[in-house]
Every structure is written in C-alpha cells, then in structure tokens.
Design a protein around this ligand. Sequence first.
Ligand code: BGP
Length: 470
Amino acid sequence: KNPVFPEGFLWGASSAAWQVEGATAEDGRTPAIIDLNSQTKKPYADNSVASDHYHHYKEDVALMKECGFTSYRFSISWSRVIPAADREVNPMGIAFYNNLINELLEAGITPIITLYHYDMPCWVDEKYGGWHNRAIIDEFDYYCRVCFENFGDRVKYWLSINEQNMQIVYGDWLGVSKGCTDWFKEKWQINHIMNLCHSKAVVACHELVEDGKIGPVPGYVPIYPYSCRPEDQIGAMNAEELTQKIWDDLYVFREYSSFVKNYWKVNDIDPDIRPGDMELIAQAKIDFIAVNCYRSDVGMAPDDSYKQEIGLNKSGIKGEFVYPNLPGEYALARNPYVEVTDWDWHIDPVCMRYSLRYLWDHYHLPMVITEAGYGAHEELGEDGKIHDQARIDYLREYVYNVGLAIQDGVEVFGFNPWSFTDLLSTGNGMAKRYGLVFVNRTDDDLRDMKRIKKDSFDWYSTLIHSNGQE
Ligand code: BGP
C-alpha cells in the first residue's frame, strides 16, 4: 500500500509547446529553432502538426478532467506570443493560451507553466546569434513579463527554463551549441546568460504575479557510484557536479559554487561575468524546485585514453547506448541491478526517492515532479487499444517512491509525469511514446490524430481518485 499523500497534492501530467501543439505556422506564430531541427533532421519528427493540441486542446482538457487531473504543466511558445523582432505581442497567441488556461481552470485543473522549453524563436537567433549574445537577456525578460502580465492573474505556478543543465551538457543534441567554435569553453558563457535569463524571470514573476511562485526545472539524473572503488566515488562525484549540482547550487545559493569556479580556473575558462550580474542572480530567490526525474545513472573513474562527450541511444534498440567518457572527469556506465527501456534509460523507481531526499537534504525547498515517464514503441493492437502494462508498472513504482520520500519528511506538492497525450519525443518523434493517451499518427503518416485512452489512463485515474492509494 502506498504511503499517504498530502491533501491537495497536485496530480497531473506534463508537456511542452513544440512537442505537442503543432500549428507552427498558424495564427501568427513564427518558426523556432527547434522546428528546423525537427523538420529537417532524422530521427526528429516534424513538429508542424505534432499532436495537434492547438486544435484539440478542448478535447484534451476534457480528457484530463475525466482522468481526475488537478494540475497540468505545459509551456508557452515564445514565437507564438512574440513573433518578430519588433516585439509586437500577437493577440492570437495570447488568446490561445488564455483559452487553454480558462479551460483548465473551469475543469478544476491548476496550470503550471514553463516559460522556456527549448524553442528559441528564429528571429531571436537571427538577430542575436542565439544564446551567445547578452542582448537576449532583455528579450527574454520582455517575453516573460508579457506572459506574467497576461496570464499571471490566473496562473500562480511558473517554471523558468526547462533542463538548463541538460541543454548545456547535451548542447549539440539540443541545438544550443549553434555557432560555437569551442563548445567546451563557450558553453559556460551560454550557461551564464541562461542563469541571467532564469534570474530575470524569477524577479519579474515576484514583481508582477500576486502570490506567484517560480522555480527552475533541473533534469535531475542522480549519479550512483559504480562501485566502492575509491576512484569510482570521485568519478561519480564529478559526474554529479558537472551534470547537475553546479546548476542546482546556483539556483538555490545564488552564486557560483567553489567547485565550478575552480573547474573554470583549472580549464582556463573565463565566462564574461559583468558588474551587476551576480547582484541580479542574488536577487532571484526561487520558491520551489521542479524536478524532472526519469532515471539514475552510474558514475565511475574515466578511461583516459579516449573521449566520448555525450551519451545517447538514438535508435531505440536496446544496448546501443553510447556511454560518455570524459578523461580527467568521469565515465558513465550501465547499472547491472536495474532494467532499461528500449532507449537504455535505467528504470529505477528508487531514484525518485533518492533524488527527492538528496535535493531536500541539500536545498530544503519544496518540490514538484514535472517529468518522469516511460518511453516506448507503441502501436494500436487488433482490439484498437494500447495495453501499456510496462508504463503502469513504471508509474506505480515511481509514485510509490515519491510517497516514501514524503514519508521520509520531504516536501513534495505534485506529480506530473511526461506526458498526457503522446507527443513528439525530443529526439525520436512518435517512435518513442510517453502518453497516457495514444495519438493516432506516426512519424510519416498523420492518420486521423484520434485520442485513444491507454490502460495507463484508467490506472492513473483510479490512483488520482484515491489520492495516491490506488
Ligand atoms: C526531457 C525533456 C522533454 C522530453 C523528455 C523525454 O528531458 O524536458 O522535453 O522530451 O525529456 O525525452 P525524450 O523525448 O528524448 O525521450
């Protein structure tokens, strides 16, 4: 039996604009960098239709209500709200999000909005050359203020930048490294600019949204040491720092940690930190941490004879994951104690309890789960249904471990797995589905976009209606 969840716990699911909305050229929206990736590079899938949530939002919210949702986390598309460099606010973009927010509120669902989820407008990129340029900080601040002014009367939970840490670690994969000649060094400059954007969002939210609460969204993948070999402990510590802790420390303590300052010194990295920057960061006091946690990783001492920058499985064939190996820093490895998904992501429910405990011990801030989920190849069966028992097993165990963390004394106020409907995977289009609701399309065939509830929908509904007791 599950531990008891607090009254008013927010049960919902999560999405991001570019992965779910579609309608990328409708009602005044202009392209975002990620559209170009998704429309030209395999294994991305074309996002111009995505799950067509833009046209199906009423039906989608009705299904959320039927499931019993009390929260829904989604993101705003910057170029839908501000389509061009003249900063004109697009009334049709504002209307879409107003309609969505109102539909949610009428259904008793609390909106949780991410301001930035990988979709930098092309006009920003063209004008400033992307994340390199400090001028983007003002543009981002302006965009955030437009969101707070238009939606802040009804939306109280805000998230700044989705998985800033992963954008820096996986820069090439997510397009953030565009235009960089020396990514190893330049990423810290881009990271600094992102920190300033995050800080602007936090400050503006507190200024403009009455009772507004805002937090960052780290992609949290806890690192276990591969063995008790002392060198593996250091490898695991380095991995934890260089993929997670540097960011979380900054958000909470609002200054660069001694670890990262030393790392810069040793590696001859000198980000352009100007007068006033650290003061802005110091002002950005967050209210909570939104945690994306799908899996754990295993860290060990690296092999100094070769370099493998990032770890990915692009194929969805189990066993093809290439593990990173960074000489002098760390290597990651397969954990033999747990199963993996078809993309070699460790299925480790205990990592949920571990992560919440770890973050609580270090930072002592309330948390909300804004992503966790089971990505799988799925196709309708002969009965026209999806029997996704593996997803139910995954979610059941992850929820159980959230409950255990709460029992351990950690403050957690919601669980919003990825995703409600199927939507485009970051790198695998519709080949990797996460939804509680099937969307009838494939990468190449748009079929009829029909929504079909999976078995996990019914299971989740029962869970929500018993406030986690199932
Ligand atoms: C997170 C992102 C999401 C989502 C998810 C699953 O890191 O915030 O946007 O895509 O991962 O990843 P993928 O789609 O690559 O399986």
